[in-house]
Design a protein around this ligand. Structure first.
Ligand code: PLP
Length: 404
């Protein structure tokens, strides 16, 4: 029988968060072993339930959700997103500028598929949430990674961005608050990115799915609130702040000057129509989520689970000899660094696999987030304190003797 291969489109597509190390973890679990899973930003399995009112909304509206709806989403959901834009200072957004999708993931792929041709370039942060790089590659574009400085709290390096803009650059992706670093960018840095976009006619793609998960004094500025003369596509959803990742519900907002982008927007409308509409029952939850009581605030302030777990995990990691970690100001992740003098790592996927096999702790290797080195890894601080303590102690034990 002839070999059946994946399409050429997928040759450069990589998504290591659910890659071979996870497969091995599944195999171990099937054998009956207990794995401490610090690998995925999925709040619900760790006891972070979605607000009851949004769950009830979905249940209540289920009978009325049997048919297709408008491809771009229910009016009530888009209206709620429109009001959220007003709250965040994003001006001139109408119902037609909003697309509801099956999670931000679907909308990221749609936004890239609708825009890119062969060898068009997209600026993406390194480290990144790797779906962005994968979506650009899938869309036959070229991901061009710009540097974020660990020494500067992982802020984007503006000079590096500038040096990588070419005549083929179509846009720039900004993930703020950032996955995997937890950085929340200062307004001054965001303004410099907007200036570059204006100067070079770039579209700014603002992934702000963690905008309400902020610690200490961190303040989030919606990128699209900073200019009305630059085209922005902003992304957000129910998965993180509302702990409803399984609902698969997110939204995308087009703002700024649209006249010159009419053709691209027509493309987005077409892609949106081609998948008929997004999951209807959970669209009913969007209005309640955005307009209701923001229970996430209880989790991110002192005494709240996310706040305390972040502190514990960050302190414990920094106590391991040869490990340093920037304190996350937002999101759900830590992105520690292994000192190359003490723990030189040639192959970080192998390190993640060895950690799994020796200590039954599942993390994701840094190269999975497109960092140019092999000295980082990512863990989530969603698990309860006793699990985090156990897992990070095991990481310390592993590193004591691990050599590649
Ligand atoms: N963007 C970022 C930065 C993420 O971390 C994630 C999920 O982890 C997503 C988008 C995808 O979110 P969704 O569940 O809405 O598809």
């Amino acid at each position: 029988m002839p070999v059946i291969r994946k399409s050429n489109k997928l040759i450069n597509v990589c998504y290591d968060i659910r890659g071979p190390v996870l497969q091995e973890a599944k195999r171990l679990e099937e054998e009956g072993q207990r794995i401490l899973k610090l690998n995925i930003g999925n709040p619900a399995p760790w006891g972070f339930d979605a607000p009851e009112e949004i769950v009830q909304d979905v249940i209540y509206n289920l009978p009325a959700s049997q048919g297709y709806v408008d491809s771009k989403g229910l009016f009530s959901a888009r209206k709620a997103v429109m009001q959220e834009c007003q709250k965040n200072g994003i001006r001139n957004v109408g119902i037609e500028d909003i697309y509801i999708g099956n999670g931000v993931s679907e909308l990221i792929v749609m936004a890239m598929q609708g825009l890119l041709n062969d060898s068009d370039e997209m600026l993406i942060p390194a480290p990144d949430y790797p779906l962005w790089t994968a979506a650009v590659s899938l869309s036959s574009g070229t991901p061009v990674h710009y540097h974020c400085d660990e020494e500067q709290g992982w802020a984007p390096n503006i000079e590096d961005i500038r040096s990588k803009i070419t005549e083929r650059t179509k846009g720039i992706v900004v993930i703020n608050p950032n996955n995997p670093t937890g950085a929340v960018y200062p307004k001054a840095v965001l303004e410099q990115i907007v200036d570059l976009a204006r100067e070079h006619n770039l579209i700014v793609f603002a992934d702000e799915i963690y905008d309400k998960i902020l610690y200490d004094e961190a303040e989030h500025v919606s990128l699209a609130s900073l200019a009305e003369d630059v085209l922005f596509i902003s992304f957000n959803g129910l998965s993180k702040s509302y702990r409803a990742a399984g609902f698969r519900s997110g939204w995308m907002i087009v703002s700024g000057p649209k006249y010159h982008a009419r053709d691209y927007i027509d493309g987005l409308d077409m892609l949106s129509s081609m998948r008929l509409c997004s999951n209807v029952p959970t669209q009913h939850a969007i209005q309640t989520a955005l307009g209701g009581y923001q229970s996430i605030n209880e989790l991110i302030t002192p005494g709240g689970r996310l706040f305390e777990q972040r502190n514990l995990a960050w302190e414990m990691l920094n106590d391991i000899p040869g490990v340093s970690c920037t304190k996350p100001e937002g999101a759900l992740y830590l992105f520690p660094k292994l000192d190359p003098e003490i723990h030189p790592i040639q192959n970080d996927e192998k390190m993640a696999l060895d950690l799994l096999l020796q200590q039954k702790v599942l993390i994701v290797q840094g190269s999975g987030f497109n960092v140019p080195d092999t000295q980082h890894f990512r863990l989530v601080f969603l698990p309860r304190e006793d699990v985090l303590e156990d897992a990070i102690e095991r990481i310390g034990v592993f590193l004591k003797t691990y050599r590649q």
